[in-house]
Design a protein around this ligand. Structure first.
Ligand code: GRF
Length: 203
């Protein structure tokens, strides 16, 4: 399957996806053919360039609406014949039109155990709630933010003295494991989304 990855920043999850898809022994069933960032000069773009993956920067500045921006995204993904889109730290909400069109082909990684701590600063939310376990979630994306069907999760303990920074780093280690795994499940069609927004497994 041909994969497009959308990023906004450091791209450590993108790196995990690159490493996994380049590792022939893992049979991820996917090849990253395009990386799009909404921010220029970010580290994630350099990671893609180092791996010889085509990159593109689409800044939101020149677009009148979210829908207009997303139509451009969609057009670029189509022109690279992308089958699956991975959101790897893409810090923009996608329009209902886009998420509907890519339903079942659009996956995101979120730094909490959904449905807890949706939205931004999930690690800070976990610390403020005082939970002793948090983690990360790979899920299909639906129009509602962080609300799609869950594909994979991994837990991470919240230790005494944990800070937002230390927790973020620990969660990233777990993200780098489950995001490539979730991509593999989708790319090899071991998991699909049903009409009721529930998963259909064929393991
Ligand atoms: C990750 O923590 C991910 O869960 C969130 O954004 C962060 C992206 O980090 N959606 P990176 O750019 O992959 O390093």
């Amino acid at each position: 399957k041909r994969v497009g990855v959308l990023i906004s920043g450091s791209g450590t999850n993108l790196q995990a996806l690159i490493d996994a898809t380049f590792d022939t022994s893992r049979n991820i069933g996917a090849e990253i053919v395009l990386v799009i960032s909404n921010k220029k000069n970010v580290e994630g773009l350099k990671r893609a360039e180092r791996a010889n993956i085509p990159t593109m920067v689409i800044s939101h500045g020149s677009y009148g609406s979210r829908e207009e921006y997303d139509r451009r995204l969609d057009a670029e993904l189509q022109s690279f014949q992308v089958d699956i889109v991975c959101l790897a730290g893409f810090m923009r909400i996608l329009s209902a039109e886009f998420t509907k069109k890519w339903s079942g082909k659009l996956i995101n990684i979120h730094p909490a155990l959904l449905p807890s701590f949706k939205g931004t600063h999930a690690q800070r939310q976990a610390l403020e709630a005082g939970v002793k376990v948090t983690g990360c979630t790979a899920h299909f994306v639906e129009a509602d933010v962080d609300a799609g069907a869950i594909i994979a999760q991994e837990s991470v303990p919240v230790d005494v003295g944990e800070t937002e920074e230390t927790l973020t780093e620990k969660i990233k280690v777990a993200e780098h494991k489950i995001f490539p795994y979730a991509l593999q499940l989708v790319a090899t069609e071991k998991v699909k989304i049903g009409t009721d927004n529930k998963l259909i497994w064929s393991l």
